[in-house]
Design a protein around this ligand. Structure first.
Ligand code: XBP
Ligand code: MG
Length: 241
């Protein structure tokens, strides 16, 4: 029996990477006087590395091998990433990126049916709060971040997705076995992470950066959750016909 749904955030609850995270990284680089610019295609390549600090480190190794930071590399990356988080949370609090179609409806139907809600994401916890607190909800409901009983996010586990650790943590905090839960993801790294935690009931809603990825290990892959006033969701792949 289904007891909880565990959601990824970036790409799944909202399509945040291209117009949110990427833009915030570039703003942080400009603040630091760096002429680095992460284009839409370059960011798509860098997304194979989950976690913003880890992504900056990979970019430096692969694209700026001669760059020497003004302080210890870890401190430099941490500082740059703090600026990025400040830009990102400001954009989200301003409501610049909304939830994907169907997300609020699914959350509401689940909650009304007594199904528990959780989050498992690599992104920084402040980013999740900023996104959820800006999302409009019907008047009788509390702010969206209070709908989630468990929010597992960011550096609380040593290994980010595709490692299963963050889903393992969400399951432990829910106190549920994987078989009592459904996971919702958007990316190949997320699929590996969820399946690694035993979440075989895995729904993938592809997002703008993940349409070309190999996601077929998931039980069902669709192009979105759908809304009554939109064309019905299209199945992209999956083995649960
Ligand atoms: C999301 C990410 C995150 C964000 C940036 O992956 O990879 O790294 O891009 O977040 P997923 P931070 O949707 O699989 O959780 O900069 O806060 O690390
Ligand atoms: Mg994602």
């Amino acid at each position: 029996e289904l007891e909880a749904i565990i959601f990824d955030v970036d790409g799944t609850l909202a399509d945040t990477e291209r117009d949110g995270h990427r833009v915030a990284f570039n703003a942080a680089f400009a603040d630091a006087g760096l002429d680095w610019e992460w284009s839409v295609p370059l960011y798509g390549e860098l997304l194979r590395v989950t976690g913003g600090k880890e992504r900056i480190r990979t970019y430096l190794a692969e694209h700026r091998p001669d760059f020497s930071p003004p302080e210890a590399l870890d401190d430099f990356i941490r500082g740059l990433h703090q600026r990025k988080t400040a830009h990102y949370t400001q954009m989200m609090r301003a409501g610049s990126i909304g939830l994907r179609p169907g997300v609020l409806r699914l959350l509401r139907e689940a909650m009304d049916a007594g199904i528990r809600l959780a989050i498992a994401t690599t992104t920084t916890p402040e980013n999740v709060s900023a996104l959820l607190s800006a999302a409009p909800v019907p008047g009788q409901y509390p702010a969206l971040q209070h709908w989630f009983e468990v929010i597992a996010a960011g550096d609380v586990v040593p290994a980010k997705k595709p490692a299963p650790d963050i889903f393992d943590l969400a399951l432990a905090e829910l106190g549920l076995p994987a078989r009592a839960c459904v996971a919702v993801e958007d990316s190949d790294n997320g699929v590996r992470s969820a399946l690694g935690a035993g979440l075989d009931a895995l729904l993938v809603t592809v997002s703008s950066y993940t349409q070309e990825q190999d996601l077929a290990a998931a039980a069902l892959v669709v192009d979105g959750l759908g809304e009554p006033d939109l064309p019905p969701p299209q199945v992209v792949a999956g083995h649960c016909a």
